[in-house]
Design a protein around this ligand. Structure first.
Ligand code: SAM
Length: 229
């Protein structure tokens, strides 16, 4: 469970140069966060497209039973990034991606300063089908306040799932939250977000699995609006 993990007391306490050694001395913090990154497919796809953007995957668990598996997955993602850094011809490649093992439902503001992120990804999150388990869903009114806090105005929340009920739940909650507005795919593509949308739909391991099984995917994106007068 969570007490076995160490958390930074605040974003200032995180030494990002350990995660992104290629950016040491530039005082940069992550701008993209993939919450529940799984095996890291999204980050690996986005890294070369946004070479100057730091991308952090959060890998977590909610139950101690799954912990060991999840520890291994986290290590797998870190090893995958290290291997890509070593093997790629360009020395700066994949210096901009990293992963932390953390419960994003509890400790997001410990990692990210107010309005520091420009994109938050929730891709194929665990559906928690039973009604009594809905409180474990990664989108909820309380957590939306945290997501709005760490996202800068104009920043985007990307959600995608193959579970229609979860899609409706996430979209309804985010739409109802005063600091987010729904933004359709066409508009995002016109704004140049096409490569991100494509990665969101196809680059993650879960997304690929859905595709192999011929399942449907529901995408919904939202813009963090400004709360300044
Ligand atoms: N996004 C990935 C993909 O599309 O392939 C993985 C999807 S997988 C179904 C859900 C992921 O969310 C798992 O990696 C799990 O460890 C992670 N997760 C669940 N609860 C979490 C939490 N509270 N904090 C961080 N990650 C969490």
């Amino acid at each position: 469970s969570d007490h076995t993990l160490q958390y930074p007391s605040s974003p200032e306490a995180v030494d990002w140069t350990l995660h992104f050694p290629g950016f040491a001395g530039l005082a940069k913090s992550p701008q993209f966060a993939d919450v529940g990154c799984g095996f890291g497919g999204l980050m690996i796809a986005l890294a070369p497209l946004f070479p100057n953007t730091l991308i952090l995957g959060k890998h977590g668990f909610t139950r101690s039973l799954r912990m060991e598996i999840r520890v291994q997955v986290s290590q797998y993602v870190q090893d995958r990034i290290t291997a890509l850094r070593i093997s790629s011809a360009e020395p700066q490649s994949f210096q901009n991606v990293s992963v932390v093992r953390a419960n994003a439902m509890k400790f997001l503001p410990n990692y990210f300063a107010k309005q520091s992120l420009s994109a938050l990804f929730f891709l194929f999150p665990d559906p928690h089908f039973k009604i009594r388990k809905h409180k474990a869903r990664i989108i909820s009114p309380t957590l939306l306040a945290e997501y709005a806090y760490v996202l800068r105005p104009g920043g985007i929340v990307y959600t995608i799932t193959d579970v229609k009920d979860l899609h409706e739940w996430m979209a309804a909650h985010i739409k109802a939250f005063p600091l987010f507005e729904f933004i359709d795919e066409e508009t995002l593509r016109k704004e140049g977000q096409g490569p991100i949308i494509d990665a969101v739909c196809t680059a993650t391991e879960e997304g690929k699995k859905v595709e192999r099984n011929g399942g449907e995917k529901w995408l919904a994106c939202f813009r963090r609006i400004t709360d300044e007068p």
